[in-house]
Write a protein that binds this ligand. Structure first.
Ligand code: 0PR
Length: 362
């Protein structure tokens, strides 16, 4: 049997729903080269371990952090889980002294569902607060939700459904006043936000940790997420001893993990940081604005794309007809169409999409 050889992976030309993209060719090559390496065993696979340190250093540069701690995770899910995990462990350690281990975390309803996974696994209470009319965390609601038992506040910098950036600085102030840590989920937005005026980074606010995924806008192959921390204590709070490895401790959630993601991330960032990513941001932001104006010109309600992501209302029948025409499109929880302008999305494919939209609506 040749079950794989007979098949080709899906083309990207009709994929408008994905937050992953085709890896940069150099990243692809690097991933193949390092496929059999395991950064989970850094004393055996020393080259990939060095590359991981370099990846974290470059992610620090991108996010405004001089001496970053952290590692290349399997994705935004793992980075978010570990941010909650570290905050819980740090709060536990502080709480032990006063006999209180009853923690909560506060995040807007727009937060990615990986945070639900984290709080379920870690036994902490998730307090979600509403977003405002522009889909950003409502600050009064954040303020009202935090208390002495809040271990972590999470803000999203580039939200999954509408590409919104929460008011990170103000949320960080609220977290600080409550004695909580602050985490920013820039899993999707992290490689475009450096080219915008948003306040989102370690340089903009005294945030403690961040998720930023090379395998999304970073053009690295899956699996390559990033967990970054300002203080060593955050990563130390995750570390377990590794008695039979030559290294002494491990802070990752996974054990054996792919060196392909690590090497691919470094290769992509070497090629693209900063000029290539800037160019990609400009093109995709222009594509998103163009698509939004074309949809609006057809009388369709559109949410303004503040990052390269367009949401618009389409009837279920139109949506289904476009799926039938092989467009890979997704919906928000409210049923809006969601088009993510990732690097593989070209103006030509958006034109073809609009032509099909006009056909199915007529
Ligand atoms: N944080 C944010 C803001 C995200 O948008 C996502 C993923 C995550 C965290 C979790 O990241 P990982 O999936 O890397 O663990 N958001 C999309 C989603 O889950 C990702 C996606 C990727 C969707 C590829 C579709 C797709 O084809 O919906």
């Amino acid at each position: 049997m040749q079950r794989v050889r007979e098949r080709r992976p899906q083309e990207f030309d009709r994929v408008l729903s994905s937050m992953c993209t085709e890896p940069h060719p150099r990243a692809h090559e690097a991933a193949v080269d390092f496929l059999a390496t395991n950064p989970g065993d850094p004393e055996t696979y020393q080259t990939v371990a060095e590359l991981e340190e370099e990846a974290v250093a470059t992610l620090g540069e991108i996010t405004g952090l001089d001496d970053p701690y952290g590692y290349i995770a399997s994705g935004g899910t793992e980075a978010n889980i570990q941010a909650v995990h570290a905050a819980r462990n740090r709060a536990d350690a502080a709480g032990d002294a006063i006999g209180n281990n009853d923690h909560n975390i506060v995040a807007p309803t727009s937060v990615h569902f990986s945070v639900t996974k984290a709080t379920e696994m870690l036994g902490v209470d998730l307090r979600t607060v509403p977003v405002d009319d522009d889909y950003r965390a409502d600050l009064d609601a954040v303020q009202a939700a935090v208390d002495d038992d809040t271990a972590l506040v999470i803000g999203v910098a580039g939200s999954t459904e509408y590409g919104r950036v929460d008011p990170i600085s103000a949320m960080t102030d609220i977290a600080r006043d409550a004695g909580a840590l602050m985490h920013v989920d820039a899993s999707w937005g992290g490689f475009v936000l450096p080219f915008t005026d948003y306040e989102w980074s370690f340089a903009d606010a005294s945030i403690d940790s961040m998720a930023i995924d090379p395998h999304k806008f970073g053009q690295a192959p899956v699996p390559a997420g990033g967990l970054l921390a300002r203080e060593r204590a955050t990563v130390d709070a995750l570390a377990v001893e590794t008695p039979y490895l030559e290294s002494t401790s491990q802070a990752t959630l996974t054990g054996t993990r792919s060196g392909a993601g690590v090497a691919g991330a470094v290769a992509a960032m070497d090629e693209l940081w900063a000029a290539g990513y800037r160019q990609q941001y400009r093109e995709q932001q222009a594509n998103a604005e163009w698509l939004a104006s074309e949809l609006a010109a057809r009388g369709i309600d559109v949410v303004e794309p503040t990052l390269p992501l367009v949401s618009a209302s389409l009837s279920p029948a139109t949506f289904d007809a476009l799926r039938e025409a092989d467009w890979r499109i997704a919906r928000t929880a409210d049923g809006d169409l969601r088009v993510v302008c990732m690097p593989h999305v070209t103006r030509a494919s958006l034109k073809a999409f609009l032509a099909d939209l006009d056909r199915v609506r007529s």
